[in-house]
Design a protein around this ligand. Structure first.
Ligand code: CUA
Length: 354
C-alpha cells in the first residue's frame, strides 16, 4: 500500500487497486485451503481444527469472563482503597491447586486423544493405491507412474476417489511435496524414499508447491494436481500408453522439430521411454500441460517463446540456459512443435474446472 500511496494515480484507480488487493487474497484463500471436504486428509485437519477451536473458545470465555467479573465486582474500590484497605476476603474453594491442574491436563489429554486418532486413521495406507514416484529437482517435479511406464512432469494426473501412494525422493537438495488441499507434506530427501498417500474425492485442478527452501527459485517450484473422473483417467492412461510423437503437420512444426533436435534434445525427451531420464523434464505430451516452467507461467505459445528465449529471467538459477540467438521465427517454430506434442481431446486448462 505504501508504494500505491506515493505514486500519482488518480483516486478512483487507487480505490480500485485497494479493493482488488483486499479481494485477491480472498479468492486465493478459496482455492487453496488445508480445510475442506476434498480429501480424507483435509477432513481430518478440519475435524481437529474445530475441536481445538471449541476448546479455545471455552478457555477464552472462562478467562475473559473471570476478568470481567473481577473488574465489575470490585469497580468501586479506587486506587487509594486498593492500597490502603485490606484485600477483600474471597472464599477459596478447597483443593484449588488440584482443580487448576486437573482441568488443563484433562483438556490437553482430550486434544491428544483426538490428534492421535487422526494420526492413526491417516497412517492406515489404503490398498489398491495408484503408486506415483515423485522426484524433486531444482526447480521442478518428476511424476513417474511405474505401473504405466509414464513420466508426466509438473502435473500430477490422478483418478478421483482412488488413493494415490506417493514414493518421494530428491535428485539434488531437500524439497517438500505439498498439495495443501489434498495431502500432508512429504519430505523429498536425496537417497531416501519417503511415503505418504492422499485421495482426491472431487475432480478438478489443485495447486501444489515446494514447502522447503531449496534455492533461488524455490517459490517457483510449483505443480498442479489434475483430478479426473475415473473413466476419463482410464481413457487418458490408455491413450498415453499408445502415444507416439506425432509427425510434423506443417512446415513450421517440422522446422521446430529440427531445432528441438539441435538445441533441446540433450536435456529433454519427447517420447516416453521407460526408465530413461535426462537432465530436464520429459516433454512428450507437453501440449497437454496447463503450465510451463513447473507452474511458472500458463502454457500459451507466447509464454513458451518467452520462456525458451530467457528461462533464467523467469526463474533464477534454473538449469535451462537462455537462448538469445534464436530468432522470432525459430521461437515460433519451436513453440508450434512443442505444443503439437499432445493427446487430442485432453485439455485441462479450463480454470472453471476448479
Ligand atoms: Cu524445492 Cu523449495
Amino acid at each position: 500500500m505504501y508504494t500505491f500511496a506515493r505514486c500519482s494515480l488518480k483516486q478512483p484507480s487507487r480505490t480500485l487497486i485497494a479493493v482488488g488487493m483486499v479481494l485477491w487474497p480472498t479468492g486465493l484463500a478459496h482455492r487453496i485451503s488445508i480445510l475442506g471436504s476434498d480429501s480424507p486428509f483435509t477432513r481430518e485437519v478440519e475435524r481437529l481444527f474445530v475441536v481445538v477451536l471449541l476448546f479455545s473458545i471455552l478457555i477464552v470465555a472462562v478467562v475473559i469472563g473471570g476478568m470481567g467479573y473481577v473488574i465489575l465486582r470490585f469497580r468501586h474500590h479506587g486506587r487509594k482503597a486498593m492500597v490502603e484497605e485490606q484485600a477483600p476476603d474471597i472464599p477459596t474453594p478447597a483443593h484449588l491447586e488440584t482443580i487448576l491442574t486437573v482441568i488443563p491436563l484433562g483438556i490437553v489429554l482430550i486434544l491428544f486423544g483426538f490428534t492421535a486418532q487422526s494420526l492413526y486413521s491417516y497412517a492406515q495406507r489404503p490398498a489398491n493405491a495408484l503408486v506415483v514416484n515423485v522426484t524433486g529437482y531444482q526447480f521442478w517435479w518428476n511424476f513417474n507412474y511405474p505401473e504405466y511406464g509414464l513420466d508426466y512432469p509438473n502435473e500430477l494426473v490422478v483418478p478421483q476417489g482412488q488413493a494415490v501412494q506417493i514414493e518421494g525422493t530428491s535428485a539434488d537438495v531437500m524439497h517438500v511435496f505439498w498439495p495443501p488441499d489434498l495431502a500432508a507434506n512429504i519430505n523429498l530427501i536425496p537417497g531416501i524414499t519417503n511415503r505418504g498417500w492422499f485421495r482426491a474425492d472431487r475432480a478438478g485442478i489443485y495447486y501444489g508447491l515446494c514447502n522447503q527452501i531449496c534455492g533461488s527459485s524455490h517459490a517457483w517450484m510449483l505443480f498442479r494436481v489434475v483430478v479426473l473422473p475415473p473413466d476419463e483417467f482410464n481413457a487418458f492412461i490408455s491413450e498415453v500408453r499408445n502415444y507416439q510423437a506425432p509427425q510434423p503437420a506443417t512446415q513450421s512444426i517440422a522446422q521446430g522439430a529440427q531445432l528441438f533436435a539441435q538445441q533441446c534434445a540433450a536435456c529433454h525427451l519427447v517420447q516416453q521411454t521407460s526408465g530413461q531420464q535426462l537432465a530436464g523434464p520429459n516433454l512428450s505430451l507437453f501440449g497437454n500441460r496447463i503450465t510451463l516452467g513447473a507452474g511458472r507461467l500458463p502454457n500459451t505459445p507466447e509464454n513458451l517463446k518467452r520462456w525458451i528465449a530467457n528461462a533464467p529471467g523467469f526463474k533464477p538459477e534454473v538449469r535451462m540456459p537462455a537462448f538469445p540467438r534464436l530468432s522470432n521465427a525459430d521461437l515460433d517454430a519451436l513453440s508450434a512443435y512443442m505444443l503439437s506434442l499432445k493427446l487430442p481431446g485432453f485439455s485441462y486448462s479450463d480454470p472453471s474446472q476448479r
